[in-house]
Design a protein around this ligand. Sequence first.
Ligand SMILES: Nc1ncnc2c1ncn2[C@@H]1O[C@H](COP(=O)(O)OP(=O)(O)OP(=O)(O)O)[C@@H](O)[C@H]1O
Length: 157
Amino acid sequence: MFKDIRFDVRQGEFIILLGPSGCGKSTLLRSLAGLITPDRGQIRVSGEDITYLPPQKRGIGMVFQSYALFPNLTVAGNIAFGLIMQKCSRQDISRRVAEVVELVGLNGREHFYPAKLSGGQRQRVALARALVVHPRILLLDEPLSALDAPIRKHLRE
Ligand SMILES: Nc1ncnc2c1ncn2[C@@H]1O[C@H](COP(=O)(O)OP(=O)(O)OP(=O)(O)O)[C@@H](O)[C@H]1O
C-alpha cells in the first residue's frame, strides 16, 4: 500500500501527514500504534525497534478516526481501557482516570455512555483515553478542537 516511507520526529515536535483520501495515512498510524504489523521495514522509537512490540507496551496513545469509542462502556470505562490492558492496579486506574477527566473537563460525565455525549465531549473522551497512558507519542487520526492550550502544555511536560 505504501512503501519507502521514512521520517524522524524529535521530542516536542508536532508533525502532520498530508495525503489524498485512501493513500494510507490511517494505516501508517495504525502500524505505528501496533494494530497492524508492517510487511517489512522497522519502526524505531529512541533507537528501540518496536516493530513487533504489542500496542500496550509501545508508550503510544492514539485518537482514532471518528474516535472509535466503545459504545457499551461509560466515559470512565473508555478512558480506563488502556490502563486495564497494561494491568494497572484499580487504585492507579481510578486516580489516573480522574486526573485526565479533570484535564479535558469531563467532570460529572464519568458514568455517561458515548451515545449521551455531544460531539465535542466524545472528542474529549477519545483524547483522554489516549493521554491516560502517559504516552511518549500521541497519534491523532482526527483533527481535534479539544487539543487546546492547557492540554498542549500537559503534553510537553
Ligand atoms: N481493514 C482494511 N482492509 C482492507 N483494506 C483496507 C482496510 N483499511 C483500509 N483499507 C484500504 O487501505 C487504503 C488506505 O486506507 P487508509 O484508511 O489508511 O487511508 P487514509 O489515507 O487514512 O484515508 P482518509 O484520508 O480517507 O481517512 C484504502 O484504499 C482503504 O480502502
